[in-house]
Design a protein around this ligand. Structure first.
Ligand SMILES: Nc1ncnc2c1ncn2[C@@H]1O[C@H](COP(=O)(O)OP(=O)(O)OP(=O)(O)O)[C@@H](O)[C@H]1O
Ligand SMILES: [Mg+2]
Length: 207
């Protein structure tokens, strides 16, 4: 039987990696066959695309090129890692996926939902996760966590605006696909969030 495909989404520092670590321990303990992966990356070609995307030498890259490269990297990663593991009946857990493109490229960069959905629908042939966990934490709260509540250090202004748009984008994505995207309150303790994650995955027959 085909495995289930689960993705984790949320703003930078919202607690995705923390939950993935807890889930990793749980799945290993329960001897549930699974793979963890992340975007962009997970193979020679996707890693090469990642380097182009992240390189400081490519400052003149257009927003459209950025969105297309993310979609290109995604389809290669899907074919290299995700599809084979699902075919073996494994649970596939991915740190970020198509919703990151909607939040970052469609909303925060301003390319628009229609364009980003169109290129991703083409690249992924509507290949969507069975469940997406959106860890709902504002960029301000994530930033406070990282730098301590007592520092009045602040995200650099343009950066803060960008991250606020990413957060608003995620909210729109969650509203548009409530059956797939499940919101979890990111202000709770890591263990409380993880209990909710387990409950959601069990309810959706992923565990
Ligand atoms: N529920 C929580 N309550 C308090 N602090 C947390 C919680 N979850 C994670 N943290 C802390 O917040 C910081 C960011 O968490 P984490 O690295 O898991 O986020 P992330 O979403 O993976 O970030 P990035 O997008 O940068 O990869 C870490 O210092 C982590 O220990
Ligand atoms: Mg992380």
């Amino acid at each position: 039987m085909r495995g289930k495909f689960i993705t984790f989404e949320g703003c930078d520092g919202s607690g995705k990696s923390t939950q993935l670590r807890l889930l990793s321990n749980y799945l290993t303990e329960q001897k549930i066959p699974h793979i963890f992966t992340r975007e962009p990356g997970g193979g020679k070609i996707s890693e090469a695309i990642r380097e182009i995307l992240l390189s400081g030498k490519n400052m003149e890259m257009t927003d459209e090129c950025e969105a297309l490269l993310y979609a290109a990297s995604r389809v290669q990663h899907l074919s290299d890692r995700v599809e084979p593991a699902l075919a073996e009946g494994k649970l596939v857990i991915c740190d970020r996926y198509v919703d990151s493109s909607l939040a970052y490229q469609a909303y925060a960069r301003g390319l628009g939902d229609a364009f980003v959905r169109q290129i991703n629908d083409f690249a992924l042939k509507n290949y969507l996760p069975d469940v997406t966990i959106f860890i709902d934490l504002s960029p301000e709260e994530a930033f406070r966590r990282k730098h301590g509540a007592d520092q009045n250090d602040r995200l650099e202004l343009a950066g803060a605006d960008f991250h606020d748009r990413v957060y608003a984008g995620y909210k729109e994505v969650a509203k548009a696909e409530p059956n797939r995207v499940v919101c979890v309150d990111g202000k709770q303790t890591p263990n409380a969030i993880f209990e909710e994650v387990l409950r959601i995955l069990k309810d959706r027959n992923c565990l």
